[in-house]
Design a protein around this ligand. Structure first.
Ligand code: CU
Length: 115
C-alpha cells in the first residue's frame, strides 16, 4: 500500500504546481496595440515628415505624375522607382531618425522619426 500512496501524493503535487504555473503565462502583453501603419503621400515633389512608434509599418504612395524613389541615407531601406499610385512599405523596428531622399530628385529629402 505504501508505494501507491506515495505516487498519489506525487501526482497531486504535480497537478497543483501545474495549475499554479499556468496562471501567469496567460497574462496578455499590453504593448501590441501601439504599432500600426502610417501612410506618406508623395505629392508635388515632396515627402511628408512623420513621427511613429517603433514597430510601425510606413507606406509611401506616389501621387505625382513622375516616378519617385524612397532611399534611406545609410541604405537602411531603398524602394524601386514608384510610378503614379505605386506603393512602398518598410517596417521600422528600431527607434532613431531615418533620413531619406528620392534618388531621381535628390533635392527631395525628409525623415521618419521612430520613437
Ligand atoms: Cu522623385
Amino acid at each position: 500500500m505504501k508505494p501507491l500512496f506515495t505516487s498519489l501524493c506525487l501526482a497531486s503535487a504535480v497537478l497543483l504546481s501545474t495549475a499554479c504555473s499556468q496562471a501567469p503565462a496567460q497574462a496578455q502583453a499590453p504593448t501590441a496595440a501601439q504599432a500600426g501603419e502610417k501612410v506618406i503621400e508623395i505629392k508635388n515633389y515632396m515627402f511628408m515628415e512623420v513621427t511613429v512608434p517603433a514597430g510601425t509599418k510606413v507606406t509611401w504612395i506616389n501621387r505625382d505624375e513622375v516616378p519617385h524613389t524612397v532611399v534611406e541615407k545609410n541604405k537602411a531601406f531603398r524602394s524601386a522607382a514608384l510610378d503614379t499610385d505605386d506603393k512602398y512599405s518598410h517596417v521600422f523596428d528600431k527607434p532613431g531618425i531615418y533620413e531619406y531622399y528620392c534618388s531621381i530628385h535628390p533635392q527631395m529629402v525628409a525623415k521618419v522619426i521612430v520613437k
